[in-house]
Write a new protein. Structure first.
Ligand SMILES: [Zn+2]
Length: 460
């Protein structure tokens, strides 16, 4: 006989304990653990001693190479930070207004890391009964700029917008516009969040902001890197950790404005830039960018590229070994607007896999940039330096992601929130009273609907 118990019963039971499925904070991963288990389980059999030794040796070899690639990724990230620090020193003279800074005006290197924070329980109450009730989680997304040594935390909830790739790119866009550094080169490190890393819209967005032809260019070169899966502790994790720590000082957290206040207070030394991620800041990048770029996995030389395994993506221009007329080889910067160049390791000797995503790729001009005597990148044939720009196109603003005001929540959620809000101070209740909802409120205690929209999964 099958147990008669609905998913929601488990769900509600589980919710009582305020448990979360977080990312492991210890720097070891499934792969590491598996190697350990395999090795432990392995006993050398006398009869097949030789073969066994070879097998064991192979396990150790694979393990070593995994650990080496994880270490290499961390090492590269720390090189990136060092490179950024050579120009953007701690006493760097920033204009008060970031809009004063021209894009690509400084021949140097900015490093940023990005990661989605956990969904934060809202309202967070001390009343036990409230754990049974549906909540209106606060979404958070973090972008860390090493040039500015500044964390930005974007916060919103589902009535404002979803937590999909359009939303995340909108946060990134806001960050480029309002936390600009003027750097020509941008290195982005992402968490191993596959949604973002394997998403065509994210690739198109980075093509767009390095492409001189559609008015959106902000960087001469942009590289995105992914740490090795399971070994992806980043600056953002530190900030989210501080926010959770700070929240422990609060008995009740009433709404996402309260979470914003907590995030603002979480770091004394260098307060986080907390952004109320308003609905008008969310754009439909997918629709906007598909006017210019196409999804394509065909590489330049007709080979079907694998997007999922790539841990390094390069846009704008990249170093490549180019054969010289005299037969020798030399590393040069090759300019490749509209093409994303992929690597499947952090090894800079690996040849690039090149994928062209422009709608009209036949007209592509490809020319080579190299360093001039002053060390600046310039066009080989004309000697021109890439131009810096003050303004970038605002055409994406014709593609707002939400047009009809706050997004209604489900009636059942509204009903639960109406119960929870009674535990909040009077002045905090109105927010929940005013929320739009779909459907009719039925006040039945034994309804047993699974509540799928509260999964902590990121809907990327
Ligand atoms: Zn590992």
């Amino acid at each position: 006989m099958k147990p008669r118990c609905a998913h929601s019963t488990y769900h509600n039971e589980f919710k009582k304990y305020d448990l979360r499925f977080g990312k492991p904070r210890v720097d070891t991963c499934d792969v590491c653990d598996k190697f350990g288990e395999k090795e432990k389980a392995y006993t050398i059999d006398e009869k097949t001693e030789k073969e066994s030794k070879v097998l064991l040796c192979n396990i150790r070899k694979d393990q070593k190479s995994h650990v080496v690639s994880a270490k290499r990724a961390y090492l590269f990230q720390s090189y990136d930070f060092e490179k950024t620090e050579t120009t953007f020193t701690l006493d760097y003279d920033w204009p008060v207004d970031a809009s004063q800074i021209d894009f690509m005006s400084v021949d140097c290197y900015e490093t940023q890391t990005q990661d989605a924070g956990g969904n934060l329980r809202t309202p967070r109450l001390t009343v036990g009964e409230a754990y049974y009730l549906r909540i209106l989680q606060t979404f958070s997304y973090g972008i860390y700029s090493h040039a500015r040594r500044q964390h930005s935390i974007y916060m919103w909830n589902e009535t404002i917008g979803e937590k999909g790739v359009n939303n995340v790119l909108s946060a990134e866009h806001d960050h480029h516009m309002n936390q600009g550094t003027g750097a020509k080169y941008l290195k982005l490190w992402f968490d191993g969040c596959p949604g973002q890393m394997q998403n065509w819209t994210a690739i198109m967005y980075h093509l767009y902001i390095t492409d001189p032809y559609f008015g959106g260019r902000m960087y001469e070169r942009l590289d995105e890197c992914l740490p090795i899966k399971g070994h992806s502790y980043m600056e953002n994790d530190r900030a989210f950790g501080h926010i959770i720590q700070e929240s422990k000082g609060y008995k009740t957290i009433s709404d996402y404005f309260a979470w914003m206040k907590i995030a603002s207070d979480a770091s004394n030394a260098n307060p986080y830039r907390v952004v109320e991620f308003k609905q008008e800041m969310h754009f439909d990048w997918k629709a906007f960018l598909s006017q210019v770029y196409v999804k394509s996995r065909d590489t330049i030389d007709e080979f079907h590229a694998k997007l999922s395994g790539a841990v390094w993506r390069s846009y704008g221009c990249s170093e490549e070994v180019v054969k010289q007329p005299d037969g020798s080889v030399k590393s040069e910067l090759v300019y490749h607007p509209g093409e994303v160049w992929l690597r499947y390791s952090h090894n800079d000797k690996e040849p690039w896999t090149k994928v062209d995503l422009r709608r009209d790729c036949k007209k592509k001009d490809q020319y080579i940039y190299s360093r001039n005597a002053q060390g600046f990148m310039c066009n080989v044939s004309t000697g021109d330096l890439p131009e810096s720009t003050k303004k970038v196109s605002e055409k994406h603003k014709d593609f707002p992601l939400y047009k009809n005001g706050l997004r209604p929540i489900a009636a059942l959620k509204y009903r639960d929130l109406s119960k929870s809000k009674l535990h909040l101070p009077k002045e905090k209740q109105q927010y929940y009273t005013d929320l739009p909802y779909d459907g009719t409120i039925v006040d039945s205690a034994d309804e047993d609907e699974p509540d799928l929209d509260e999964d902590n999964n990121q809907q990327m």
